[in-house]
Design a protein around this ligand. Structure first.
Ligand SMILES: [Zn+2]
Length: 399
């Protein structure tokens, strides 16, 4: 049943080729996670040439074939402007991820006190400061502030950094609530330049609540680097502490889940997320299913794999511009053992971000190769995602 999932723990399986859902179903069956089998961003739709309707139809066909009769969702991912919404609403999406990142003032982190004072004048500063710094929110606010002394300034930064993004999110929510009765609504600021502090997370969540935005999940930008299709880059101990603080903010409200974007292959992070977030969890993956498809080619159709690989080398420098990746073409390994390339950091990122170019040129060949070797593809996906989902189950909870 295609439906909103509310506060159930959930997991997003993006599928850029429209052939992966049977493998996703095999992996998620029997776990605590409610699946999102259709999940595609506006950017991905442009690069794959698929429409929101095609994405949802491909998932539905697989759901029906596999006789999956539990709830599942469809995520319209990274919606930036009002015009992005109608095609997803019409196609019956149930989960809307609004990305107001273009309205985040990234320079707020470095602005001087003077500049901040000028900038907050553009917001209803008297009302906000009275609300947060003087009255009933004060205690809660202080709980998440780094030091009580720096409270006013960090509050000003939060207002300047996220004020416009919050306004934009309200108008996106306003549109959706006029055209749909029930839906999951996620707010994602994960692709901004600087991390979201727990204090800023509190501000965003509290403002959205105050303004009547009923959101079911929130994706902050966490510290360190969550690059596509590879493990976490950063200090896991620092992340452990930070994830716990974000969980405390979420627990204070109790009305939404934390969402982990670029969630593919973050095997070092999952145990921390499971420990701190518990049931209030949503994880998104996408490109890793495409990389599993290429793994099948590497073993079974090496000629096609090599064509995609060399096209990736040509297109990487341009295609990577809209992603956070750090792979370098100079550090790519040799091509004598193709399947092992899918375990290499640089090759994975290079192949991951050039998917649009690869599909544009070799999409038909790629799909027919996967259909020919579908058993290998589904089995690869099942094993790969079971590894994800096992680490995301809270071990204390399940005993
Ligand atoms: Zn994201």
């Amino acid at each position: 049943m295609l439906t909103h999932l509310s506060l159930r723990p959930s997991f997003g399986f993006g599928d850029r080729l429209g052939l992966a859902t049977p493998g996703h179903i095999a992996a998620v069956r029997g776990t605590k996670f409610a699946p999102i089998f259709a999940q595609q961003s506006v950017r991905e739709n442009v690069r794959t040439g698929r429409t929101p309707q095609q994405v949802i139809d491909d998932a539905r066909r697989a759901v029906e074939t596999a006789k999956w009769d539990l709830p599942w969702g469809a995520d319209a991912d990274h919606l930036k402007i009002l015009d992005d919404l109608p095609p997803f609403v019409e196609a019956g999406y149930t989960f809307f991820t609004v990305d107001p990142g273009d309205h985040v003032d990234n320079s707020a982190d470095l602005d001087s006190h003077e500049i901040l004072q000028q900038k907050v004048a553009n917001f209803n500063w008297d009302e906000l400061s009275a609300l947060y710094l003087n009255h009933n929110e004060e205690q809660v606010w202080g709980q998440f502030a780094k030091s009580p002394k720096g409270e006013t300034e960090s509050f000003m930064r939060a207002v300047v950094k996220y004020g416009k993004a919050i306004q934009h999110t309200c108008s996106m929510f306003g549109y959706l609530s006029q055209v749909k009765d029930q839906f999951d609504f996620e707010v994602s600021v994960d692709e901004t330049d600087s991390p979201t502090t727990p204090l800023e997370h509190f501000f965003i969540a509290n403002e959205l609540r105050r303004l009547g935005v009923r959101f079911t999940s929130l994706a902050p930008r966490f510290i360190g680097r969550f690059e596509k299709g590879v493990d976490y880059i950063g200090d896991l101990n620092a992340l452990d502490i930070e994830l716990e603080k974000h969980a405390a903010v979420t627990a204070y409200f109790g009305t939404y889940k934390l969402s982990l974007h670029s969630g593919s292959d973050k095997f070092g992070v999952y145990p921390l997320v499971a420990k701190h977030w518990g049931e209030h969890i949503h994880v998104k993956t996408a490109g890793t299913s495409y990389l599993e498809a290429l793994r099948v080619l590497a073993s079974h159709e090496p000629d096609l794999f090599l064509k995609i690989y060399s096209l990736g080398r040509e297109c990487y420098e341009v295609d990577k511009l809209t992603y956070h990746v750090s792979a370098s073409l100079e550090l790519l390994p040799g091509t004598n053992d193709l399947p092992s390339l899918l375990n290499d950091f640089h090759a994975r990122e290079m192949l991951h971000v050039t998917f649009g170019s690869a599909i544009a040129k070799f999409g038909l060949e790629l799909k027919s190769a996967l259909i020919k070797h579908e058993d290998a593809y589904y089995e690869g996906l099942r094993v790969h995602f079971e590894k994800h989902l096992d680490l995301l189950q809270d071990k204390n909870e399940s005993g």
